[in-house]
Design a protein around this ligand. Structure first.
Ligand SMILES: C[S@@+](CC[C@H](N)C(=O)[O-])C[C@H]1O[C@@H](n2cnc3c(N)ncnc32)[C@H](O)[C@@H]1O
Length: 225
């Protein structure tokens, strides 16, 4: 069995059983390999925008004898995937802005039953905003510590339910449970520090933005208390 780091282990754990999983920005293809080994998916599509990562993926796939079950595909985001090919989509280890753009650029993703497993390295609020605006609800969120960092993993499903209006801090807090989970609390305290630095930098330059940020800061600090 392939050994995964805690971050990728948590990503793989979050994927629900499905026929085919697509891993966008796969690089070494560790996540699809693990999902097939664990019997969570029968097939996988390992996607990357660059040829060298796909070559890394090919080597790992051959090492584990999964050539007949994992397809390699060169694609920018989900552009070269087709609706219905996969039921679960993983995007891990990329910036939140980039993940948000992929969600926006792929209207066929907005289909009941599709699971998105997203692990943004930055700007998690952009990912939640894109999910919310495109009719996805947050099914679960978890944080995992690896080395000195804490990573966020979001699971989302499309839903036809009308989205409720959200509070100013929603996109920063999401479904995290800082009162119960210590890594959730530490993750949100980092978010809080980032927001405070941003608000300080904007003082005297854009008071409207500062006012908006202060409402977010208040909400994030309240949930961490
Ligand atoms: C930092 S690696 C992450 C690898 C793996 N998903 C992980 O979490 O360990 C990012 C990978 O995403 C690929 N990538 C970057 N932008 C992409 C895009 N728009 N579409 C598909 N792949 C992309 C890169 O080539 C690289 O292999």
């Amino acid at each position: 069995m392939l050994h995964l780091t805690p971050r990728l282990e948590a990503v793989a754990d979050t994927v629900e059983p499905c026929e085919c999983v697509a891993d966008i920005g796969t690089d070494h293809a560790y996540v699809p390999i693990r999902l097939l080994q664990a019997g969570k998916a029968s097939r996988a599509i390992a996607v990357d925008i660059h040829k060298q990562p796909l070559e890394n993926a090919r080597r790992s796939i051959v090492r584990f004898g999964l050539e007949n079950r994992i397809e390699l595909r060169l694609s920018n985001g989900m552009q070269n995937l087709r609706a219905g090919e996969s039921q679960a989509f993983v995007v891990a280890g990329m910036g939140g802005e980039q993940i948000a753009e992929m969600i926006e650029a792929t209207p066929w993703l907005r289909k009941t039953g599709v699971q998105l497993v997203l692990q943004p390295m930055t700007h998690c609020e952009d990912v939640r905003r894109a999910l919310r605006k495109n009719g996805f609800s947050l099914t679960s969120e978890k944080t995992v510590a690896e080395g000195k960092r804490i990573y966020l993993i979001i699971s989302a499903h499309h839903s036809d339910d009308v989205q409720m209006p959200v509070s100013p801090g929603f996109d920063y807090v999401g479904a995290l449970r800082p009162q119960e989970v210590e890594t959730d609390r530490l993750f949100l305290l980092n978010t809080l520090r980032r927001l405070q630095v941003k608000a300080e930098a904007l003082h005297g330059k854009d008071e409207t933005a500062v006012y908006r940020l202060e409402a977010v800061i208040q909400e994030v600090s309240d949930v961490c208390r």
